[in-house]
Design a protein around this ligand. Structure first.
Ligand code: FE2
Ligand code: FE2
Length: 183
């Protein structure tokens, strides 16, 4: 028979993994937009990216608070994600507004599914299990959906090579998510 500690450990590591990967994701989102803003010139695109970057900063703050509350250290891979995300932002921003928006569309599509799955997993344990975490994920999810729609409305899909870029980014992102959950 399992001790109470043994029974709670898998759930607690599930929650910690969720917080760790979400913190890494929101940190990376903020860095992508900072990279884009270092290159984008067009005032309209800059305003949109600044708006999304401000929301990502709030998301990051919320997950930083949850890291503190649950004693979750950030992923060890954070310096790597920092460089890659900022670099991705610089490159997509240098290619122009459509490439920047294509990057957002590709990323948010994966993040939406990621957040939906997390909420489902928590609710499967118990409808109100880790309610604060559920609420935080839900709030972020609503914003990520807005970002996705905003990028779509900016005709991101018209970018030459959009499908290839989207698929490549999404494969890389899924690998990054898997790694950040564990380390
Ligand atoms: Fe976010
Ligand atoms: Fe976002």
């Amino acid at each position: 028979m399992k001790t109470p500690l043994e029974q709670t450990t898998p759930l607690s590591s599930l929650v910690k993994g969720m917080i760790r990967v979400n913190h890494a994701g929101e940190f990376s989102a903020k860095r992508i937009y900072e990279g884009q803003l270092s290159m984008l010139q067009d005032p309209h695109s800059r305003a949109l990216v600044q708006h999304m970057a401000a929301q990502e900063a709030v998301h990051l703050e919320k997950f930083s608070e949850l890291c503190d509350k649950h004693h979750v250290p950030p992923t060890k891979l954070l310096p790597l994600w920092d460089t890659i995300s900022y670099g991705l932002g610089v490159v997509s921003g240098a290619l122009g507004p459509k490439a920047a928006m294509a990057c957002t569309m590709a990323v948010e599509e994966v993040i939406e599914t990621h957040y939906e799955n997390q909420i489902k997993r928590l609710q499967d344990i118990q409808p109100s299990y880790e309610q604060t975490l559920q609420n935080t994920i839900g709030d972020c999810l609503a914003d990520e959906r807005d970002h996705h729609n905003l990028a779509k409305d900016e005709n991101a899909e018209d970018l030459l090579g959009f499908s290839f870029l989207k698929k490549s980014l999404q494969v890389a992102l899924k690998v990054a998510i898997g790694l950040s959950e564990r380390t």
